[in-house]
Design a protein around this ligand. Structure first.
Ligand code: GDP
Length: 443
């Protein structure tokens, strides 16, 4: 997964700090040395790393970390804040023209994901009740126009094209008039890319820029290309005055270099992140969430949002009450599995939860319909008492349940184990949330 190695290295560093009752200045220096190495290894720009470490150290010393009750936590908090800052601080929204249409120019190297992302952005805008128009200005890559048209038809967004015999500058210019005449409020211009930056490409992009005066010039950056991507971003910015960046392929196992350096190097914020090939896999980029995800604190906010979208609120409240009072039973377990299944891929959710990657067995817990059927059969073969008090389930009872449900003892054992894990997870989750939402009550 993305940031995996950086994330586990940082967690290691902080794990060591957290384990200590007292933290000396040497401990902090040692930790910072390791953080520095971890960032460099993640392909973060050298100068960015240097500044980052300096800032963290300064804050750490200023805040009397060493005297704090929980010095480890204070340092994690500082690093978290600085990482957030590094990626732009707060979420950066799309600009909006005073008078529609808002013109968005998409730029980037070939293969970065420009065309795909243009489609995704159109979809996102459409979902927010806008009327976007896609414009095919890549007349060089043979299938680019067709690709955009296919994307457009998938999401019912029209594509403005004049074929590949008219100059991109002219296409862009005419598309704007077309958008005005037909009341489109966003125009997304997909431009050509090359494998490397070259003069001709830049010249053309500049001319398009000059002709349509875009409100946004978004650079599409393939996050898998690490620091190279950042160098590319820098020269694009020098020529074209970017207004933002879209990171693509964050679903791959990127080390993190691009995400962590691009804002610092170009001064332009990451506005969106693409995490998959599907048309709906583009999301506004949240620096704070990304930072806490990198630190393995879990993307609590995303999780909560997801959970809210997928979960029946009344049921969830009831469930929470039960968990607090340790009344969580096998019937609830069944219910919970259903809920989780509705929320989406379990492994993605787990990845977001603090420490969850460490609960053994959960990773293998596949929640599909077939599995739910078998779980249901097992639970139904339990007596009422057994469902309430799982500790009653000794070997002979398990044997009876396996026979009754047409499953095997191994399956019954596995389920009981998962149930226990789930209970633990819920406990951890609720205690973290505290009585009034996320611990610390920040934000
Ligand atoms: P362009 O040359 O910049 O227009 O790039 P394309 O839009 O054609 O994308 C190049 C390839 O990257 C395609 O195979 C896309 O499906 C793929 N791609 C784009 N964005 C993502 C992403 O967020 N995740 C993954 N896994 N693949 C992506």
């Amino acid at each position: 997964a993305a940031f995996e190695s950086l994330s586990s290295r940082l967690q290691n560093v902080f794990g060591k700090l957290r384990g200590k009752g007292k933290v000396s200045e040497d401990d902090v220096n040692e930790a910072m040395r390791e953080v520095r190495l971890a960032l460099l290894e993640a392909d973060v720009n050298f100068k960015v790393v240097k500044d980052f470490i300096a800032k963290v150290k300064e804050r750490a010393i200023g805040q009397e970390v060493m005297k704090s009750f929980t010095p480890g936590m204070v340092i994690i908090d500082i690093v978290n804040k600085e990482l957030t800052e590094l990626m732009g601080g707060t979420q950066s929204k799309l600009a909006k023209a005073n008078k529609p249409p808002t013109v968005i120019m998409m730029a980037g190297l070939q293969g970065a994901g420009k065309t795909t992302t243009s489609g995704k952005l159109a979809k996102l805008l459409q979902k927010a009740n806008h009327k976007p128009l896609l414009v095919a200005c890549d007349i060089y890559r043979p299938a680019a126009i067709k690709q955009l048209e296919v994307l457009g038809s998938q999401i019912n967004v029209p594509v403005f094209t004049l074929g590949d015999q008219v100059s991109p500058v002219e296409i862009a210019r005419q598309s704007l008039q077309h958008a005005k005449d037909n009341h489109y409020d966003y125009v997304i211009i997909d431009t050509a890319g090359r494998l490397h930056i070259d003069e001709a490409l830049m010249e053309e992009l500049k001319q398009i820029h000059e002709s349509v005066k875009p409100d946004e010039v978004l650079l599409i950056v393939d996050s898998m290309t690490g620091q190279d991507a950042v160098n590319v971003a820098k020269s694009f910015h020098e020529q074209l005055e970017l207004t933002g960046v879209i990171l693509t392929k964050l679903d791959g196992d990127t080390r993190g270099g691009a995400a962590l350096s691009v804002k610092a190097v170009t001064g332009q914020p990451i506005k969106f992140a693409a995490m998959g090939e599907k048309i709906d896999s583009l999301e506004p980029f949240h620096p704070d969430r990304m930072a806490s995800r990198i630190l393995g604190m879990g993307d609590m906010l995303s999780l909560i949002e997801k959970a809210q979208a997928g979960i029946d609120a009344e049921k969830a409240a009831e469930m929470e009450r039960k968990m607090r009072n340790a009344e969580f039973t096998f019937d609830d377990f069944l219910d919970q599995m259903e809920q989780v299944r509705k929320m989406g891929p379990l492994d993605q959710l787990l990845e977001m939860m603090p420490g969850m990657n460490k609960v053994k067995g959960l990773k293998d817990m596949k929640v599909d319909d077939k599995q739910i059927g078998r779980v249901e059969a097992i639970v139904r073969s339990m007596t009422k008492e057994e469902k309430q008090k799982p500790e009653l389930l000794n070997h002979s009872r398990r044997k009876r349940i396996a026979a009754g449900s047409g499953t095997t003892i191994a399956e019954v054992n596995r389920l009981i184990k998962q149930f226990d894990d789930m209970r633990k997870m819920m406990k951890q989750f609720t205690s973290m949330m505290g009585p009034k939402g996320p611990k610390g009550g920040k934000k």
